[in-house]
Ligand binder design. Structure first.
Ligand SMILES: *Cc1c(COP(=O)(O)O)cnc(C)c1O
Length: 385
């Protein structure tokens, strides 16, 4: 079976991890800050705070922005559950904004309509989490303008999007947001096995996230409420967590990030070949906004108005033909855990229509031409059936 995504681990990656295993530090050594700086350099500067997952990074991003009980976090229904769960971790309420039918990203016009209503009810969000689905950046200029007008903070969930660009600036540069989160899960663009990172241009937010990443404990006398008792002394000044990344993970990440541009170029080449090979079939290939240079984490096709059964059958037929398709994502508001908050089918029609038609095809840098050909032939057979 050709998987939908797969990591690329080179000899250099393995050597980098082995070197750490034989060094003095397995955690809290020099590799984590070096990795943070390497990612920051790709984002055009700012502060990176590496963690054990993007889920942890989303959680601490919300806490650093003081999201708490009585507050609202809004995100898109077409995302991994973690983009919404981070709000619940903080005791906040979560709501969703429907997607743009062309990009499948959070729709700024739907956001504006919802903000106008929310302002009347006194239920404006404190945090909005746009997700750069498949690697394609959201309409950040519009979202940023609404953030200024309505006073909410923005966390970009860029789990799919490292290495991409928006209006010719790197995703993670933070022009239109407070914090940008990356994931380094093995299916993502670069991997640390498990891992994530929060990027920000705001030094105070970075310090707060670094503090919360390690139990809320500080050794900085400037942050203490009295003189240290001695060289051993530390103080816990907030309720934090252990969300630290290990040195082995950071060494793997450093080695992988050196190939980031190469990976994104290759993913774009493969995506363009899919566009060409699938043109003319009764399906929709991923439309790209001219402001966008996508990291191309995923290649999602849609089978327009094919109906629930035909969609499921197409999915199964592709798997039977050795094509490891997947579906990103089940709308979060339809999950049983979210229905308890009162969400129901029909709440976000564009997201639900997308779910009934979407299929993610295999896309990863080591996908061969022959494998891609096999995928295209299988897709052509299945959609014509
Ligand atoms: C993968 C992913 C996450 C979670 O990342 P982890 O590193 O696995 O915690 C969050 N949001 C989106 C959109 C993702 O794809």
């Amino acid at each position: 079976m050709i998987p939908y995504g797969r990591q690329d681990i080179t000899r250099e990656d393995i050597d980098a991890v082995l070197e750490v295993l034989q060094s003095d530090f397995l955690t809290q050594g020099p590799k984590v800050p070096a990795f943070e700086q390497a990612v920051a350099a790709h984002c055009g500067g700012g502060y990176g705070v590496a963690m054990n997952s993007a889920t942890s990074a989303l959680h601490l991003a919300c806490l650093a922005l003081d999201l708490g009980p009585g507050d609202w976090l809004w995100t898109t229904p077409i995302t991994f559950v973690a983009s919404a769960n981070c709000g619940l971790y903080c005791g906040a309420s979560v709501d969703f904004v429907d997607i743009d039918p062309r990009t499948y990203n959070l729709c700024p016009r739907a956001l504006e309509r919802k903000l106008i209503k929310a302002e009347k009810n006194g239920r404006l969000p404190k945090v909005v989490v746009p997700v750069h689905l498949c690697g394609q950046p959201c309409d950040m200029a519009s979202i940023g303008a609404l953030a200024d007008k309505y006073g909410f903070r923005v966390i970009e969930d860029a789990s799919h999007a490292i290495g991409g660009r928006y209006r010719n600036e790197p995703i993670g540069c933070g022009r239109y947001s407070d914090i940008t989160v990356f994931s380094f899960h093995p299916v993502k663009i670069v991997t640390t096995a498990e891992g994530g990172l929060a990027m920000t241009r705001d030094g105070a937010l970075a310090e707060r996230m670094a503090l919360l990443r390690s139990h809320g404990i500080t050794r900085d006398p400037a942050l203490m409420d009295r003189e240290p008792d001695g060289g051993w002394y530390y103080q816990q000044i907030e309720l934090g967590f252990n969300y630290r990344m290990t040195e082995m993970q950071a060494a793997l990440g450093l080695s992988q990030v050196a190939r980031l541009d190469q990976y994104v170029t290759r993913r774009n080449e493969l995506a363009h070949r899919y566009d060409e090979r699938l043109a003319g079939l009764p399906l929709t290939t991923p439309w790209q906004h001219p402001d966008s240079y996508s990291g191309r984490h995923l290649y999602v096709i849609r089978l327009p108005r094919c109906g629930k059964e035909k969609h499921a059958r197409a999915f199964e037929s592709l798997r039977e033909r050795g094509v490891g398709v997947n579906l990103h994502y089940i709308p979060v508001h339809t999950q049983p855990y979210y229905r308890r908050f009162g969400f129901a089918d029909g709440d976000f029609p564009e997201a639900e229509a997308y779910y009934r038609e979407a299929i993610s095809l295999p896309l990863f840098p080591t996908l061969t031409e022959a494998q891609q050909e096999q995928v295209c032939e299988a897709v052509a057979e299945v959609v014509r059936a």
